[in-house]
Each structure stands twice: as C-alpha cells, then as structure tokens.
Design a protein around this ligand. Structure first.
Ligand code: GLN
Length: 412
C-alpha cells in the first residue's frame, strides 16, 4: 500500500529497537531519549499554561512570546539580532522543521547533499520532496594527527569528495552538528569549506543543531554555520528544546533564517501541522525567559552526560569494544568486533544482526548504524549506544554487558 517514495524506508530503527528492547526487558540504550524528566520549572510552566486557557490553536508560525524567546536566545548565542516574527518559525520538533525545510525548499530533481551516517529522517524527507540525495561519507578516524579538516580523533570527510558533490543542481546541503550518531562537532574549517561551496554554487545550508548545547571538549566548541561570513543570508538553522532540556516528547522545535528562507519553511509547515501545541509553546516561552535557570539546567545536564559518557565508554573499552569518543551529542559509536561476546552473535561483521541479537543475549539494546548509511558496509562493525540515561540505568547496562561479554554469572 505504501507509496513508492516512502516504501524503501520501512519502519524507523528507533521504533523497531525500542519494541525489541521492551520485548526482552532490555536496558534501552537504542533510542536516544532521556529516562529522566526535564527541569521542574519547565514542567510547572506547562501545568500553569494548561490551566490558564491556552488550549486553542496557536499562531501558525509560533506563539509570539515563544518566537521572541527563541530570537533572544539566538541573539545571545550568535550575536546577531533577528526579527522574531519574520525569521523564526516554531515547529513540532526539529524533525518537522527538517521536513518543512525540504518540502519548502527542494524542487523535484534538485540535489541535496547529506553526510552519511545521517539521521534516518533526512533521506526520507529528501525523497518526500522529490529531491536527489548526494552522499558525502564521514569516515572513521585513522589515528593520524589530523584527518581532513576535522578535529583529532573525529569522524572526517575528504574535502575533494565534498567539492565533487556540489553541482549546478545542488539546492541544499544538510549539516548536523554536533552530529548524531558519530558525536562529531564540525570544525570551523570544515564549516568554512561548506560555506565557500554554498556561495559558489548558490546553495542553501540547512543545519540540524539539536545537540548545540551538548558538547564535552572545550577545544571543540559548537560553531553555528549561520555565523560564518556571508552565511546568515543562506543558512536555515534548525533546533529544538528536546535535547537541551530533556523534553523530547514536547516536540517543540524551530527554524531560524532570513525572511525569504522562513517563507519557504512556513509554506510547508502550515500544511504539515499548521501550528504546534499551544500550552507547550506558552510553557516553553515562560521557562526560556528564566535565562539563569536555563543556563544552570544545561550546565547540569552536560556534567551528567559527560559522566555518563565516561562510564559507558570505559566499560565498553574494557569489554573489547573500540570506542569513538564523542565530542558532542549523547551517543557512543563503538566497533564491537573485538568484543569476545560478539562472536556468539555474528560471524561476519553485521551490525543489524549484532544489535538484533543483543537484547535477548545481553539484556541491552543498541542501534545498528548501517541504517544511517547509504553504503551500509561502512557501519557494519559499529553499534550506537545512548548515554542520556540515569547513572543507575547505565550501571545496570554495563553490569549486563559484562556478564554477557565475559560469560560470568550475574551473581559472581
Ligand atoms: N533522535 C533520537 C535518536 O537518534 C530519537 C529519534 C526517534 O526516536 N525518532 O535516537
């Protein structure tokens, strides 16, 4: 029944792996959602908003107070004033913003450059818009002092491969930084090359910056592509509340760009969801206005995530995984082929078989990254583990993985 343009994409891996985790009572390190609540002042603001009669449609492109709050945050982060009504669109999560951006900007046959591994909705959104994906591969670090223009130890791309991907048909390049699933934070040099190519080819950059505040290495700060010279006019910056404030179920996202780019996003958004849940927008506006509390909440989350990253990475390393330490976002990509337990699950490297077997074998769920690649063999030795979980959840996952990987009994 499913239309041809969507049939190739099947059911998203997050739905599949969470079902599998639940079936086996496994610790779910597959789907990237926190197993703790967002800050109390956000939750209180939502309860207040629900009870204060803010329950009818919001303005199509966002509740005025939320557009203002988002514009103020942008101004603080990017040091550039924007018009909240002409340049900010509130969407139902960043996932909707990505869909609206693709549908609003891409004509059938236009090319869209994606870096693989890519978040799974990108390919599907390009397909829904009738666009043609052009894939540039983020490669595993080689151990050299520097790969390409990337930070040491980070996934990297070959600058010439990117240059070749741009053609006269390029409409959009979609950049996700900090990057899911590799944890890469794009360097200023990488972004400068992207900016230069966008200018040369008159292309638009769409950036998915949902992990913008979740970075762990002081020498690898998040850089906003829109702040590079000449890029404010051709960048659509997408982000959300979900990751920054551990409120993934609120589905409050946004798109920031010139009035022209904003019109393109709204052309699609008005027919996708029309408007985003009013009480949650009101709550978000009220909570974001408490800037000191927001800063404290983010700092606390980053400290907790950094501890979670160390706990999980060091355990995986002890068990024979080769870990790619992430500089941002909240996932660890690890090569499982050196882990003795993996041999019982797969002969040849096959991340899908490994991750499908892990919940039953070890009681832990992870995501197979090959679903994020066009060239699936690039991900076949890797598994993605989320560490946006309470310390006790991560400790239980580690305990289970140790029992499984070492063959020890749980009570020993
Ligand atoms: N972005 C999250 C992840 O990568 C979850 C996405 C989803 O469940 N659709 O795990």
């Amino acid at each position: 029944m499913t239309a041809q343009r969507l049939a190739p994409f099947g059911t998203t891996i997050f739905t599949e792996m969470t079902l599998l985790a639940n079936k086996h009572g496994a610790v779910n390190l597959a789907q990237g959602f926190p197993d703790f609540d967002g800050p109390a002042f956000f939750l209180d603001a939502a309860a207040d908003a629900l009870r204060s009669g803010q329950n009818q449609y919001a303005r199509m492109f966002g509740l005025p107070a939320l557009n203002r709050a988002i514009a103020e945050r942008w101004q603080r982060a990017a040091d550039a004033p924007i018009d909240p009504d002409a340049q900010v669109t509130v969407t139902s999560g960043c996932t909707e913003a990505i869909a609206a951006a693709m549908l609003g900007l891409v004509n059938p046959g236009d090319e869209v450059i994606l870096f693989e591994p890519f978040y799974d909705s990108y390919r599907a959104c390009v397909a829904m818009a009738g666009g043609v994906p052009r894939i540039v591969t983020l490669r595993e670090p080689t151990g050299a002092a520097r790969d390409g223009l990337a930070a040491r130890g980070a996934f990297w791309f070959d600058p010439d491969e990117l240059r070749r991907a741009f053609t006269s048909r390029t409409r959009v390049v979609l950049v996700n930084t900090p990057h899911n699933p590799t944890g890469k934070v794009f360097t200023r040099e990488e972004l400068a090359l992207i900016a230069d190519l966008c200018e040369r080819h008159n292309a638009v950059a769409v950036t998915d910056e949902v992990y913008e505040h979740l970075t762990f290495e002081p020498d690898q700060p998040h850089v906003r592509l829109a702040t590079l010279p000449g890029m404010a006019g051709r960048t659509l910056t997408l982000s959300s509340l979900g990751k920054t404030f551990s409120l993934t179920g609120w589905k409050i996202g946004w798109a920031i760009g010139t009035p022209d780019l904003t019109r393109a996003v709204r052309a699609a958004h008005q027919f996708l969801t029309f408007a985003t849940a009013t009480p949650l927008q009101a709550a978000a506006a009220a909570a974001l206005a408490r800037t000191d509390d927001c800063e404290r909440a983010v700092a606390g989350l980053v400290a907790d995530l950094r501890a979670g990253r160390e706990l999980l990475s060091s355990a995986l390393e002890r068990l024979g995984f080769r870990v790619h330490t992430p500089a941002g976002a909240y996932f660890v990509l690890a090569d499982y082929t050196g882990c003795p337990g993996a041999r019982g699950l797969v002969g040849e490297p096959d991340d899908a078989a490994f991750c499908r077997g892990l919940p039953a074998a070890a009681g832990v769920a992870a995501v197979p990254p090959s679903v994020f690649y066009q060239n699936r063999e690039h991900g076949s030795r890797l598994a993605r583990f989320a560490f946006c979980k309470r310390p006790e959840t991560l400790r239980e996952a580690v305990r289970r993985l140790e029992v499984w990987a070492t063959g020890r009994r749980a009570d020993q």
